[in-house]
Design a protein around this ligand. Structure first.
Ligand code: SER
Length: 646
């Protein structure tokens, strides 16, 4: 069965069961400042899981283009991919466990034709600390479903993964695991969930490929074992809890189902081969690479490279379609890495490398466009095709130049007879020469490279560049015009006012300021009431009327932290930081009087020198110039305010 067939069957099956088919959201999230890429089907649906009515009803189904950057390093084994399609169905307060588990079981066994004997399932063991009971309902539903297929399914309690390796299968078919395995939220286990985040217990289905257990993972095999015998093919999350301010769980207004299943993995199960790269959509690309390299896919020296090229070019194709372009920051950097890594591994395979439209990577992308354009019609446009293929070729050329220059440098260094960590690091940062390449070339010449030293340099570099980009991001300014600067100062006053009205747990999570308006994203679990919004406006306008000075100070990071200066959560800052404090009325650069300031923030500026500058109206009225235009949810536990100075 091809993935196009499986996708269609899934959508049709749920449509026949009362679901509306909704389109895939773009893999670059539109309204969620918390993440670079869409990594699951539920991400765009968070507001509806929180209780907002969905315009298309309370039974939804789709196939979501998803990307997980954290899996880049894992690609190369038989089951990890960076891009994947997540089949998803949702009940927004409509059906629950009793319907969801039979839906999925029926889909797998009757629509796809999987043998139920090869299916193993899990459920949540319960969590006393958080007052979440053991999911005995799911276990009972599974028992009945297997019984209907003539299978006597034994229920066994495992607990942790370590317990699994110790206890093994025990003749079971339905397994209870703890939260690390059977609880789903975007933040992971209950303890890691921030206030306002949603989550719940889940029930997973695994396909048994009946391969031999590899004891290198642990003594006994069990469904969550990493040896590759079992592959997780679907997860039904019972989305019913929300983290409250006091760190306990409350029930969501509605009991939801959030199901996600990896399309590629279901296809692997359907063909009874645990290698997801053997499914139709990769087979053509890999076939092409085999043809032009003369290497065998089954050759263990090359298998990983075949998989990396195929995975990365598919992901790059979808990213380019979504408008991402190669660069050195954020999404663009991830894309650049995908294309350059693919180029490196294509080279390792020794493919004959054509030019322009004949380049091997461009050919791979063309195959993926062809394969997916029926399901994702955005790939049908000739323009999109041109852009994708042009960008890949451009990036390949740029990488080739980089390598050429880097090669010269490398030869100079190698001629000295040794390669220091610092030299390998400079090759990488200044010349963009991949470390893997340095290692390979050094090995050819019998030279050692200090890998540990290189990693240390990298860590140092990362901390520094993160500090830089966080500072920039925190500013979030479109420009430094007078209007934007005024709104930037208003932004500081607003953040403090929000904390005064909603509580000290309010933290800034994103910001964007143009000449027309300011936008702040902040952590808070509920919609603001009209009274709260009025009170926030009143405070901001009061501070404007008080004509408070804005003072910039440079001081050691620790000192700024001690003052309680606001900073981006988790950000790393340099040793000396710039801080802006607002008020009191007689504060000055010489004597900033931090203890009496209204607000203090880590910030690079620019700002006005006095809040009086925020009111530029010719005729002043009793009502101040600051106005909240909109307050809305952008993600679980994250609200967004747009505001203006009139
Ligand atoms: N949100 C769950 C997951 O990503 C199910 O859709 O696994």
């Amino acid at each position: 069965m091809t993935i196009n067939e499986i996708r269609t069957k899934y959508l049709e099956f749920f449509k026949a069961n009362g679901h509306t088919i909704i389109p895939s959201a773009p893999i670059v999230p539109q309204n969620d400042p918390t993440t670079l890429f869409t990594g699951s089907g539920m991400q765009p649906l968070v507001p509806y899981l929180l209780g907002e009515p969905h315009p298309q009803g309370n039974r939804l189904v789709n196939s979501q283009k998803s990307f997980r950057a954290e899996d880049i390093e894992e690609v190369g084994d038989n089951r990890h991919t960076t891009f994947f399609e997540m089949l998803g169905n949702w009940s927004l307060g409509d059906y629950f466990k009793q319907e969801q588990l039979p839906f999925f079981f029926k889909f797998l066994t009757e629509e796809i034709g999987l043998d139920p004997k090869n299916l193993y399932v899990t459920a949540f063991i319960g969590d006393e600390k958080n007052n979440v009971p053991q999911d005995v309902e799911s276990a009972a539903i599974w028992t009945k479903l297997f019984a209907e297929k003539g299978i006597d399914a034994k229920v066994v309690a495992i607990g942790s993964e370590a317990d699994g390796y110790r206890l093994g299968m025990q003749g079971g078919r339905i397994f209870y695991y703890e939260a690390r395995k059977n609880w789903w939220s975007r933040a992971g286990v209950p303890e890691n969930m921030p206030v306002g985040e949603i989550g719940g217990p889940d029930s997973e289905v695994f396909y048994d490929f009946a391969t031999l257990h590899d004891p290198k993972w642990g003594k006994e095999c069990h469904p969550n074992c990493d040896c590759g015998r079992f592959l997780e093919i679907g997860n039904s999350v019972f989305m019913q809890y929300i983290k409250k301010e006091d760190d306990t769980f409350g029930l969501l207004p509605k009991q939801n189902v959030d199901f996600g299943g990896g399309l590629e993995r279901i296809a692997a199960a359907a063909q009874g081969n645990p290698d997801v790269f053997a499914i139709d959509v990769f087979a053509d690309t890999i076939g092409l690479l085999i043809h032009f390299s003369g290497k065998e896919y089954e050759d263990s020296r090359y298998k990983r490279s075949f998989r990396i090229v195929a995975d990365h070019m598919r992901a790059a194709t979808f990213m380019l379609e979504a408008g991402v372009r190669p660069s050195n920051t954020e999404r663009g950097y991830v894309l650049r890495r995908l294309i350059r890594r693919a180029a490196q591994h294509a080279q390792k395979l020794g493919v004959e490398h054509g030019q322009g439209k004949d380049s091997m990577l461009v050919k791979c992308a063309s195959i993926f466009i062809e394969k997916y354009k029926q399901a994702y019609t955005e790939l049908q446009s000739e323009d999109v095709y041109q852009q994708i293929t042009d960008e890949i070729w451009r990036e390949e050329m740029q990488f080739a130049h980089t390598l050429e220059a880097g090669m010269k440098e490398f030869e100079k260094i190698a001629a000295t007879g040794h390669i220091e960590a610092q030299e390998a690091y400079t090759l990488f940062t200044t010349h963009g020469f991949p470390f893997e390449m340095t290692l390979e070339l050094a090995a050819e010449r019998g030279l050692d490279v200090d890998t540990e030293g290189f990693k240390k340099e990298m860590l140092k570099h990362r901390a520094l560049s993160r500090a830089g980009s966080e500072q920039k991001f925190k500013g979030g300014l479109a420009d430094t015009s007078e209007k934007t600067t005024r709104l930037h100062t208003a932004h500081h006053v607003l953040l403090k006012a929000l904390q005064l009205v909603l509580g000290p747990t309010v933290k800034q999570r994103g910001s964007n300021i143009t000449q027309e308006r300011l936008r702040i994203d902040f952590s808070y679990g509920a919609k603001m009431t009209d009274e709260q919004k009025k009170e926030v406006e009143r405070i901001v306008n009061e501070k404007i009327a008080e004509e408070l000075p804005m003072t910039r100070s440079t001081l050691p990071k620790e000192e700024a932290e001690k003052l309680g200066a606001e900073h981006e959560f988790g950000a790393k800052y340099p040793d000396m930081v710039s801080v802006y404090s607002l008020g009191p009325k007689d504060a000055s650069v010489e004597n900033p009087q931090f203890d009496k300031a209204f607000s203090i923030e880590f910030c690079g500026g620019p700002h006005v020198s006095n809040t009086s500058e925020l009111d530029v109206r010719l005729t002043k009225s009793n009502i101040g110039p600051f106005k909240i235009q909109k307050e809305e949810a952008v993600a679980a536990g994250i609200r967004r305010i747009k505001a203006v100075l009139v």
